[in-house]
Design a protein around this ligand. Structure first.
Ligand code: GDP
Ligand code: IMO
Ligand code: MG
Length: 429
């Protein structure tokens, strides 16, 4: 049976959570496979709004198995709080959630390091979510200071924590001596606190790679839930203004352990415009009344950090690149309703960089920063469209806007979203 993936094609917050929730019904398993509690995915149904960070957005259908795979960096306190919050909202979480024993764990030193190393070479800030994501992936790649969830249940767990805290305290002492940064960690306190988290998490812990490979053999339908967006990918995004995992389609296999050829359909999620949180270039950003109108109408404030999102016009150069990178078959265009009432709308179709017109997405962020967007202008539509349910009932100019995005990106559009609720969804054709 086919595997399906939901991948953000911009800089995150494309409304992936809404589409994962929608498609969960047609699947047996939903998998988060990269990122961590930097993600904030929103699902709205039955008059209620749910915010998810580590728990897969498939959790609202109790018959579906949710999996947090080994590529995720896990903050045990965050996930326990999240499980507690969802349970209090009436959501059942038990055997329907598995967490990989391979997941690397975020410790208090990672959050400290995130604060200290948030700027590029001591210069401009990356504007991370401050959740310790980068430092945890750094220790994973370095191996010697990494702790995986499975390590919690081994006899040498205490010694491991003591050894790592000794090294980290030396590093922090050095930094403090140099410029007053850092803190002091207490190994005993951390060991006691995290042992308790480990006990509470024990019922969920499993070898999820083995579980998913068996599911593949058993022809199960698996939905992969990407976090962040393709342009934040550590290898293929706007480095160094990126997150620390492969958040494009390239990360699905490495993060989950499921071979890439199992994937039969990749759905690229895009907003009908552009947003970005944190630092880094964003050529179509409108730091003016237009950007503010999009922010107001789209309620564009971060789910995790509450920061105002940077807003601008749709960038077809960037999305054409990310759609090809992520192997996208079809597009889902989200938040189209936000663009109602604009007199005209612009779409970026090329960049001017150093006097040259280019249609490819630059590999170097300095070039992207210099890029002046070349815009095509389309007429807007006045009507609110949040109650439209059939594609043919959308205003002509809205249909033309969707069609033009599809042409420029080079992929067909399968879904158009006109509001946060499950029901505010239009299936094209
Ligand atoms: P994710 O991280 O990709 O899952 O996206 P977020 O949840 O961070 O941000 C998307 C926001 O847009 C959430 O507040 C959603 O409830 C909301 N949303 C989703 N689809 C639509 C839509 O079609 N229209 C509007 N107005 N809001 C939407
Ligand atoms: P979802 O899954 C939007 C951004 C941060 C920062 C950069 C690095 O909700 O789409 P990190 O804490 O990951 O080291 O921060 O990446 N970022 C996101 N932006 N949506 C997200 O997740 C993000 N996760 C990280 O703002 O610019
Ligand atoms: Mg989000």
């Amino acid at each position: 049976m086919p595997g399906t993936a939901i991948i953000g094609l911009q800089w995150g917050d494309e409304a992936k959570g809404k589409i994962v929730d929608l498609l969960t019904e047609q699947n047996d398993i939903v998998v988060r496979y990269q990122g961590g509690a930097n993600a904030g995915h929103t699902v709205v149904f039955g008059g209620k709004k749910y915010k998810l960070s580590l728990v897969p957005s498939g959790i609202f259908r109790p018959q579906v198995q949710c999996v947090i795979a080994g590529g995720v960096v896990l903050n045990p306190k965050s996930i326990l709080e999240e499980i507690g919050g969802l349970t209090a909202q009436g959501i059942t979480i038990g055997k329907n959630l598995l967490i990989s024993d391979r997941a690397n764990v975020i410790f208090p030193w990672h959050a400290l390091e995130d604060q200290i190393f948030n700027s590029i070479g001591g210069g401009e800030s990356i504007g991370t979510t401050g959740r310790g994501i980068g430092p945890c992936y750094q220790d994973k790649a370095g191996r010697s200071l990494a702790v995986r969830l499975g390590d919690f249940y081994k006899p040498d767990f205490k010694a491991k924590i003591e050894n790592i805290v000794r090294v980290k305290n030396r590093i922090f002492a050095g930094l403090r001596a140099a410029d007053g940064a850092g803190g002091t960690l207490n190994a005993d306190e951390i060991f006691t606190e995290f042992t308790a988290y480990g006990e509470r998490l024990r019922p969920f812990v499993a070898d999820t790679t083995d579980y998913l490979l068996n599911a593949v053999d058993a022809d199960k339908r698996i939905l992969f839930e990407g976090a962040q967006g393709s342009l934040l990918d550590i290898d293929h995004g706007t480095f160094p203004y990126v997150t620390s995992s492969n958040s494009s389609g390239t990360g699905i296999s490495s993060g989950s352990g499921v071979p890439a050829h199992f994937l039969k359909k990749i759905i690229g999620i895009v907003k009908a415009y552009t947003t970005r949180v944190g630092g880094g270039p964003c050529p179509t950003e409108q730091d003016n009344g237009i950007g503010q109108k999009i922010r107001d109408r789209g309620n564009e404030y971060g789910t995790v950090t509450k920061r105002p999102r940077r807003c601008g016009w749709f960038d077809a150069v960037a999305v054409r690149y990310s759609a090809r990178l992520s192997g996208v078959d079809v597009l889902s265009i989200m938040l189209l309703d936000v663009l109602s009432s604009f007199e005209e709308l612009k779409i970026c179709t090329a960049y001017n960089i150093d006097g040259q017109t280019v249609k490819h997405f630059p590999s170097q962020f300095e070039d992207l920063r210099k890029a002046e967007p070349v815009y095509e202008t389309l007429p807007g539509w006045k009507e609110e469209i949040d109650s439209v349910r059939r594609y043919s009932d959308l205003p002509d100019n809205a249909q033309n806007y969707v069609k033009r995005i599809s042409e420029l990106v080079g992929k067909p559009v399968e879904i158009v979203s006109v509001g946060p609720d499950r029901t505010q969804t239009i299936l094209v054709n």
